[in-house]
Design a binder for this molecule. Sequence first.
Ligand SMILES: *Cc1c(COP(=O)(O)O)cnc(C)c1O
Length: 473
Amino acid sequence: MRYVSTRAVEAEPLGFTDILLEGLAPDGGLFVPEHYPRVDQATVSAWSELLERDGYAALAHAVLSLFIGDIPSDDLLGICQRAYNRDVFAADQIVGVSPLDSGLWLAHLSDGPSAAFKDMAMQFLGQLFEYELARRGRVLNILGATSGDTGSSAEYAMSGRRGVRVFMLTPAGRMTPFQQAQMYSLDDPAIVNIAVDGVFDDCQDLVKEVSADLEFKRRFHLGAVNSINWARVAAQVVYYVAACLRLGGTPVSFCVPTGNFGNILAGHVARQMGLPIKELVLATNENNVLDEFFRSGVYRVRATADVVATSSPSMDISKASNFERFVFDLLGRDAAAVGRLFADDLPGRGFFDLSGRPEFATIRQRFGLASGSSTHADRLAAIRQAWNDDGVLIDPHTADAVTVARRFAEPDVPMIVTETALPVKFAATIEEAIGRQPDRPARFAGLEDRPQHVIQMGKDAEALKSLIAQRAA
Ligand SMILES: *Cc1c(COP(=O)(O)O)cnc(C)c1O
């Protein structure tokens, strides 16, 4: 399998490991497979047996082999086994699916070390980076900014990986005590937590400023682990396959809490591959950039000041960084048209409008995509209802999707909600909904009491550079 850019009309396709350590394509587009691999009914049956017999790592190897042509099969199996096992995911079954109530199911994706679904892809990425860096005789210093889930998921995945260091900026005092303790309690010299005196945007500005110094960036092998990395999307395809198979391989629909269009993009890929997925319903919170597009055909990015802080904070986005990959498919993989929309119209006007195009009119029939959004009151009600009626406690992001799923559920098609975090991460909202704190899984007992490792810093790019220079791999 080789990869092309969503904007390149005539560039040479690249191999999987060639795009692994890159961010955007040189033309500003995103890398996508030249075509999607197609699987038939016999393959789905064989995968079902494989999952049953050998577990999730074996399924991951089978599915990811279709996307990765330049790593020997045995090596890829080892990478999958090191990423997906009982030491990493605290569950009897990796990606179990359990009933919520009539017709609704939950796919459990949050049993990894950071208690959010991002671990599903990030653990694979950590093992893949270690493997590929060793093969190329390279090192990587990851520089990132986080307001919560991505940072801790990246730190747990990269901790202990040879050749990798992580420099993670966080806004001082602005994460929940649990999130802060998750990151700062990591005791590993390769993980450098930096608390910046400022807000999340200040952290991001610092990352941009340091990365803009190309000579520094090259000298210290700086890179990122952002959600546009194709390897993360590919790894997420596996849990859509697993969730389908857990319900016997008959047609199912999914409802997915969505921010950057990363999680649901993997569902779209699985559907294009021929997995039995009827509909893919995306759920947003009050920051409804994507719901607006799927309802009206207008994609309008928000100004930072117009992004509201909600009780499902990991979906508080102003634009959806993976959306371009879907638009590429929507427009029949017309790279020139995608380039005009994302490189010309968006920066120029702040929106583009596909409402008049035939592709938009048939989006639901062709791609199964539908959407809805929810409010804080909806989330509280969904958490309360699942708890009172079914004895199941869900986190506020999952609650966004449960709210929307109820509007779209059909009697004959199971609707699977992807659970994107454990409630323990968002204790205050849970308490608001049901009047008590969520139970704490044993592995997080006493988390906030552990010693914390963090360096305080002002908004100072030179100070950050000298810290990187001292601690880089
Ligand atoms: C990142 C995240 C999301 C949104 O996922 P995308 O891939 O950005 O759509 C939803 N819920 C939680 C808990 C997350 O951490």
